[in-house]
Structure formats: structure tokens, C-alpha cells
Design a protein around this ligand. Structure first.
Ligand code: UT7
Length: 325
């Protein structure tokens, strides 16, 4: 029996021009290129220019995704923007993106699940498309974490970067088979008991300030691999697939050691892992679509490939998705 699937028509990304290297950071705080590369795999990250907001990055990524998909912006009736660094407390940065793209029909909203934001946004858009209420969606992850970093805290300021990535999802009838194109399954989880391990120490209701990112890195690290692998096993069980069926593992890019350990635990071959953390740092909700677009642009990801996406971050939140390209 046929069923509605959210099929990916195209993807696009945008990185701010300015590149900040580990050597430049070592001139500001007590760190070294060697420590950062060894502990995280990060070599450089991009930083948004003054006056360049999250919505500006998101619009550029969305325009690139629309061009890659070969569809007109007017065909989009849903925009879900995953971000924890919106332009303003409100309105949602998604409406700035909608306006910037010249769209004034349909719905646009932000979704906040920190580093898991893109997987949460993908699952949300997929549900809304499959419900029949929307036809074509832009799912975007865009962040300017450089704006919420404490640049004197070496434990966090070396880890994050700015950027945006987007995909176009189209509601299409598919045969209802494992070989279907599109989003095959999504799995989302949260556990607020861990909310103080990775948080921003400000906000409109608590301090009336924006605040800075605070993290107990070792604590986050301790939980990451277990949470990531649990939710990926859920995705395998829901679809009757296994690590061998995965063509490309496109994880949230926080730390190469977490990615390597997760792939190892799941028996995913290292050559199937898409890694961009070395050049982008941790771009939170933008990291998965940025990595995805990199692997699409360089020809690794091909039509029919099975992609495994996963993320884990503040909350804690974590999630997985299996998508056939
Ligand atoms: O995307 C959302 C999810 N976030 C994550 O997944 C991040 C998870 N955590 C991590 O990636 C790692 O825990 C970090 C990269 C943040 C830290 O690596 P670690 O191996 O867990 O190091 P640590 O926190 O245990 O710190 C080891 C040492 C400490 O010194 P002492 O106490 O051993 O003397 C730190 O003070 O490294 C020190 N340190 C640094 N040294 C040089 C911490 N940051 C730096 C730094 N440069 N930038």
C-alpha cells in the first residue's frame, strides 16, 4: 500500500567568511592547537561577521537548498528552523527567513532542542507533511553560537562555531517499502534531569539577559555515546535495518572522539562516517545539515543511499533519523 513520505529534494549550506583557527584561540586563552585537536578533532571554525544574524545564515542556506532542489521558494508552505541562537527572543527567526525568501503563505516557526535541533526539526516537519496539512518544507539548522560563548572560558570557547544548513522536504507517495525514498523513521528523546550540565546562564524570564554557554564537558561526554547508540538501535529496530545497511553515518559534529566511539560501538565502518568537525567545530543544530551538504556536494552521498543521522545535546536531548536519499 502506498504511503506519504517526506522525500529530500535538495540541500544547501552557508558558512560565514571569517575562519578562526586554533592558533588564533591559543593567543587569547590558555590552550593549544595540540590540545584542541587531540581532545576534539577541531582545527578551525567559522564566525559570523558583526551584523550577520542567524536568520541571515539561514536564508543563504535555504536559498542554496532551493536552488539544489530546483524548486521555487513559493512552493514552500512550511519552514521549521532549528536554532538556540535566534536573532531576537521573539518573533521566531523562521519568520525572518520566510520574509527574506519572499514567502507569505503557510507557516514558519523555530524549534529549540540545542544540538539535537535538526533531528527534532526533521521529525516535526516529517510528521506535518505526512499529516497532509503541508506539502513542501524547508528544514533548517542555523546558529551563531559565537554570540553566547564566554570567550575567556577555554573549556567551551574552543568548541563551537557558526553556520547554517537546510534541506527541502517534499510530501510524495512512495510504495511503502524499505526501499522507499525519504524519511523512513525518526526517534526523539529528552531527559531534563541533565539540564544543568549544558545550559545558558541567562534568558528573558530568569535574568533578562542573553547569558553565556556553560558546560560540564566531561559529564556530557560520559552520557553521549550511550544515548546516541540507544536511539540508533531504536531506528534500526523500527526499520529492520542494521549498521551494514547504512551507506553514510552523518552524526552531530561535537567531538571526533564521541563520533568515533559511537561508530565503533555500532560496528559502522570508519569510511562510512562523514566528519566535518575539524573545519566547522560544533555548530549545534547546523552541524548535521552542514555535514550532509558537504557529503552531497563532494559526490559521496548518492540517490538511493541510506543515511543515518543522530544528535545529542543540551537538555539532554537526543535523536536519530534514517533517510533514504
Ligand atoms: O554538542 C553538544 C554536546 N557537547 C558535547 O558533546 C561535548 C562533550 N564533551 C567533550 O567533548 C569533552 O568533554 C571536552 C572536549 C569538552 C573536554 O575534553 P575532556 O577530555 O573531557 O577534558 P576534561 O574536561 O576532562 O579536561 C581535561 C583537562 C582539564 O585540566 P585538569 O583539570 O586535568 O588539570 C581542563 O582544565 O583539560 C583542561 N582543559 C583544557 N586545556 C587546554 C579544558 N579545556 C582546555 C583547553 N585547552 N581548551
Amino acid at each position: 500500500m502506498t504511503m506519504t513520505r517526506s522525500v529530500v529534494l535538495g540541500c544547501g549550506s552557508y558558512l560565514p567568511e571569517k575562519v578562526l583557527t586554533n592558533a588564533e584561540l591559543a593567543a587569547k586563552v590558555d590552550t593549544s592547537d595540540e590540545w584542541i585537536v587531540q581532545r576534539t578533532g577541531i582545527r578551525e571554525r567559522h564566525i559570523a561577521a558583526e551584523g550577520e544574524f542567524t536568520s541571515h545564515l539561514a536564508i543563504k542556506a535555504a536559498q542554496a537548498a532551493l536552488a539544489d532542489a530546483g524548486v521555487d521558494a513559493q512552493s514552500i508552505d512550511l519552514i521549521v528552523l532549528a536554532t538556540s541562537t535566534p536573532d531576537n527572543t521573539f518573533p521566531a527567526s523562521a519568520v525572518a527567513v520566510q520574509n527574506g525568501l519572499g514567502i507569505n503563505h503557510g507557516a514558519a516557526f523555530d524549534l529549540q532542542a540545542v544540538c539535537s535541533g535538526f533531528v527534532f526539526a526533521l521529525a516535526t516537519a516529517d510528521s506535518l507533511l505526512r499529516s497532509g496539512n503541508f506539502r513542501r518544507a524547508l528544514v533548517i539548522g542555523a546558529e551563531t553560537f559565537s554570540r553566547i560563548l564566554d570567550w575567556s572560558d577555554r573549556g567551551t570557547c574552543v568548541l563551537f562555531g557558526d553556520g547554517a544548513g537546510a534541506i527541502v522536504l517534499d510530501a510524495q507517495q512512495q510504495p511503502g517499502a524499505p526501499s522507499d525514498r525519504g524519511v523512513l523513521t525518526t526517534h526523539l528523546r529528552s531527559d531534563g534531569r541533565h539540564k544543568a550540565k549544558l545550559f545558558v546562564d541567562g534568558g528573558p524570564s530568569s535574568t533578562q539577559t542573553v547569558g553565556h554557554l556553560r558546560m560540564e564537558g566531561r559529564e556530557v561526554f560520559k552520557h553521549a555515546v550511550g544515548m546516541i547508540t540507544d536511539v540508533i538501535v531504536d531506528a534500526f529496530n523500527a526499520t529492520g535495518t542494521s549498521a551494514e545497511d547504512v551507506d553514510w553515518f552523518i552524526p552531530h559534529q561535537a567531538n571526533k572522539r564521541i563520533i568515533d566511539a559511537s561508530a565503533h560501538k555500532l560496528h559502522i565502518a570508519p569510511q562510512k562516517v562523514v566528519l566535518t568537525v575539524d573545519r566547522h567545530g560544533n555548530t549545534s543544530a547546523a552541524s548535521i545539515p552542514l555535514a550532509l551538504c558537504t557529503a552531497v556536494a563532494d559526490g559521496r552521498v548518492k540517490r538511493g543511499d541510506l543515511l543515518l543521522l543522530e544528535a545529542m545535546g543540551g537538555g539532554f536531548t537526543w535523536g536519530s533519523a534514517l533517510v533514504r536519499w
